[in-house]
Design a binder for this molecule. Structure first.
Ligand SMILES: [Zn+2]
Ligand SMILES: [Zn+2]
Length: 787
């Protein structure tokens, strides 16, 4: 072919789906078209932008790549579909009017942090929204949390209670205004108000009005070491001075949360730098419109109270995202009072494992014993949404890894691109028991809910049902199939059984780790590619009714079935749940199985308790067998003296990883692989021997991590050869462990295998529902084929 045919024009139809309405996407496309010398047109409907483009193949390739590489701030792209078409000889590039697609529903956008333009007005004494705590525009503000119905118009939001004043109405109607069609728009005249409510004392009934009065009061309380319940975007926060040891202690005591680390809100990036190391990637993550909590390395000599994150070397930090947060940090003009602390603990407004309080009445009922006062407002929250959490992992070739996907991300869908899962019944998958989220699949989009939390309490179950109703209504969906975990004891499974019985819908149950692996494949658009999945987590109900958690699963092209290709050698949990709370029990079981360390005694555990566990192990009474990797980490953590009892899930494992991460040396530890089993017993013996000769505990912790990675890789590489599989997925909560993940990735990549880890949904149980839903679709497709 000649050089001229290389220059020949070709035609392509391009469809970009996602949040592409009202975010400046069409002008963005037009600019890129001009830059890349593309002719044609762009238009949109409820869910997509359509582009008819003509140019040379090279120009079109560059244009398509640029479409998603440089997005307008609030645009979110789910997928881009390109099809070749005939050349029509278009010239120029134009924006054509929107068209309506029958049955299509606009995506509900997630909540977005206040934008720079609005912030500038917030601080401008000459602006009519100077210090307006609810300032917002088309480019920023609450969305998902205030929407009650679709289409997304003001009457379908909780702003319906605030009729626009004339000035606001004029802005709303003006196509040239930044607030044109900004649904949550308001001002001092027509918008919501702040007030202060004390919770105790002689003034308990005296409500304080006046925004600045209220802010000054709240700042004074915080500066004095008191606890303030602040109504935010997705619910209430409990706030206190993060540099005050006594304030943080008081909060922990009243919230009944003695150990779990607390999130911190820093006034700005500069303040955040005093507390944590902020790399360029971390800064970008902190400042993105979703404003998640970012887990970052703690700085030595940080002014934070020691009790904020205990002995952990990482702190969860976020920046202000609501205008109210900015006002809370900034001095109230003309007031002498104390300045608010620049670092605030901002933790979910709830008691221990209960759901987040998000209505004023609920907050009054549940938070009055924790907070000294309420910073209230009258903009209703339609749907609760906790802060999201991410970590930064540069080595995986990407910056951000989700830990909790909630405010700022929910309810953005994940697109299902493989035919096996992209069509079929509308599926509701109810998720797991802890870190619960659920997932609704309609057409080819999977909507993963905001974080619901632990399903142990009745309140959580009520919150769950309410959130399901809301999402089903917003998506105008009729659930046709329900998917739950195989575990007969899960509250979510019982909820699903009741739901299905009431509505007459079929219920499918799916094995826990099967769902984890499916979630990973959907997350990475790899459904249909044969895979070996290393699924390491706490616990999941196995197909053999044992507790699994250290499996290697093999899955072919069909998502509906899997095979257990290997697993950790089983270990014994003396006392089941008691062993989960008391890792020393598991340590004693590991020692007994390995025939080592008969004289090992856990620190600060009464000898009688140790003796009881030993006799339990000898008789097998109350002992549960499991292949859980999480429990193996617990046991080794106890053995290395990291922690004998835990105050929250995975505490011992997290601290063991920290010890390994900080270790300067590695003490070699062995683990064996035979017949599809990873045998950890040699490692236990090595650790006992190491401790006996006074080896460094960190070096042993590191050795354990590397040994598990090497043994797992050994098993996986053998199975991959045997099964002719080239791709390995790492999923389950244990893969939050970066030392293990990095070492395992290294081994597998060196062996020529492709390694998949999560990017869009968490590797922990919060990602489970997505996998359940996809498997539901695959099973439905299979049954249809049989019929
Ligand atoms: Zn704005
Ligand atoms: Zn107004």
């Amino acid at each position: 072919m000649s050089a001229t045919s290389h220059q020949q024009a070709v035609g392509r139809s391009i469809e970009v789906r996602g949040v592409v309405q009202g975010v400046g996407f069409r002008p963005h496309v037009a600019r890129l078209a001009a830059r890349h010398r593309i002719a044609g047109e762009v238009g949109n409907d409820e869910l997509s932008v359509f582009i008819e483009a003509e140019g040379t193949a090279a120009e079109l390739d560059a244009f398509v790549a640029a479409l998603t590489a440089e997005l307008p701030p609030l645009a979110v792209v789910l997928d881009v579909r390109v099809t070749e078409r005939a050349v029509l000889g278009a010239s120029g590039f134009r924006i054509v009017p929107s068209r309506h697609r029958a049955g299509a529903r606009t995506l509900v956008p997630p909540d977005v942090a206040v934008c720079d333009d609005c912030l500038a007005e917030l601080r401008d004494p000459g602006d009519r929204r100077y210090r307006h705590a609810f300032i917002t525009c088309t480019n920023c503000g609450p969305r998902f949390t205030i929407i009650t119905d679709l289409p997304y118009d003001r009457p379908a939001t909780t702003m319906r209670d605030f009729p626009l004043c004339r000035a606001c109405e004029a802005e709303y109607a003006d196509p040239a205004d930044r607030r044109h069609h900004a649904q949550p728009l308001s001002c001092h005249v027509c918008g919501p108000r702040l007030w202060w409510e004390p919770t105790a004392g002689p003034d308990a009934d005296s409500v304080v009005l006046g925004d600045d009065e209220v802010l000054a009061l709240a700042q004074g309380m915080l500066a004095a070491g008191r606890i303030v319940a602040v109504k935010g975007v997705g619910g209430f926060h409990l706030a206190c001075d993060a540099t005050s040891e006594s304030a943080v202690r008081l909060l922990r005591e009243r919230k009944r949360r003695p150990h779990k680390p607390l999130a911190v809100m820093a006034k700005d990036v500069g303040t955040a730098r005093r507390v944590v190391e902020v790399s360029p990637a971390a800064e970008a993550a902190l400042l993105q419109p979703s404003r998640p909590i970012v887990l970052l390395p703690r700085r030595d000599g940080s002014p934070l109270a020691a009790t904020v994150a205990g002995n952990l070397d990482e702190i969860g930090v976020m920046l202000p995202y609501a205008p109210l947060h900015h006002l809370l940090f900034e001095p109230v003009p003309g007031r002498e009072g104390p300045v608010a602390p620049a670092l605030l603990v901002m933790t979910s407004g709830n008691l221990a494992d209960e759901p987040l309080a998000f209505t004023n009445d609920d907050a009054r009922a549940r938070l009055a014993r924790i907070a000294d006062g309420f910073l209230m407002h009258d903009r209703e929250i339609a749907v609760p949404c906790e802060d999201s959490v991410v970590t930064i992992q540069d080595e995986a070739g990407q910056a951000e890894v989700p830990v909790r996907r909630s405010r700022g991300y929910a309810p953005l869908p994940v697109a299902l691109d493989h035919p096996v899962v992209s069509t079929g019944p509308t599926v509701l998958a109810v998720g797991a028991e802890v870190k619960n989220t659920f997932c609704l699949v309609r057409e080819d989009l999977a909507f993963v809910s905001a974080h619901i939390g632990d399903m142990g309490s009745l309140e959580s179950q009520v919150a769950f049902g309410r959130s399901v109703d809301q999402l089903v209504r917003l998506r105008d969906a009729e659930t046709e199939l329900v998917v739950a975990d195989l575990h007969p004891g899960y509250a979510t499974r019982r909820w699903a059984e009741d739901y299905c019985a009431t509505l007459g819908r079929p219920l499918i149950t799916v094995q826990h780790h099967h769902a984890h692996l499916a979630a990973l494949l959907v997350d990475r658009y790899r459904v249909g590619t044969p895979v070996l999945g290393v699924t390491y987590d706490g616990t999941g109900y196995g197909c053999d009714r044992q507790i699994w958690g250290g499996e290697v699963l093999s899955m072919g092209e069909d998502l509906a079935t899997f095979e257990r290709a290997g697993h950790l050698a089983p270990l014994v949990l003396p006392g089941g749940e008691a062993a989960v709370r008391n890792p020393f029990r598991t340590a004693l079981a590991l020692l007994a199985a390995a025939g080592a360390g008969e004289d090992w005694t856990p620190e600060d555990v009464p000898p009688a308790e140790v003796a009881l566990v030993r006799s339990q192990l000898a008789s097998g009474t109350g002992c549960v067998t499991t292949t859980s990797a999480g429990r193996l980490f617990d046991g080794v953590a106890a053995l290395l003296g990291v922690r004998q009892r835990v105050g929250y899930e995975a505490q011992a494992a997290v601290e063991l990883e920290m010890l390994a991460r900080r270790a300067r040396r590695t003490t070699p530890v062995e683990m064996a692989v035979a017949d599809g089993l990873v045998d950890w017993r040699p490692a236990v013996r090595d650790i006992v021997a190491g401790l006996a000769r006074g080896a460094d505990r960190g070096a042993l912790a590191k050795g354990f991590h590397l040994a598990l990675a090497a043994a797992t890789a050994g098993l996986v590489v053998t199975e991959a050869e045997h099964r002719q599989v080239g791709m390995v997925g790492l999923t389950g909560g244990v893969f939050a462990n970066r030392v293990l993940t990095a070492a395992l990735r290294q081994h597998l990549t060196t062996a020529g295998l492709e390694v998949l880890t999560h990017r869009r949904v968490p590797c922990n149980d919060a990602g489970l529902a997505l996998g359940q839903a996809a498997i539901g679709r695959a099973i439905a497709a299979r049954e249809k084929g049989v019929r």
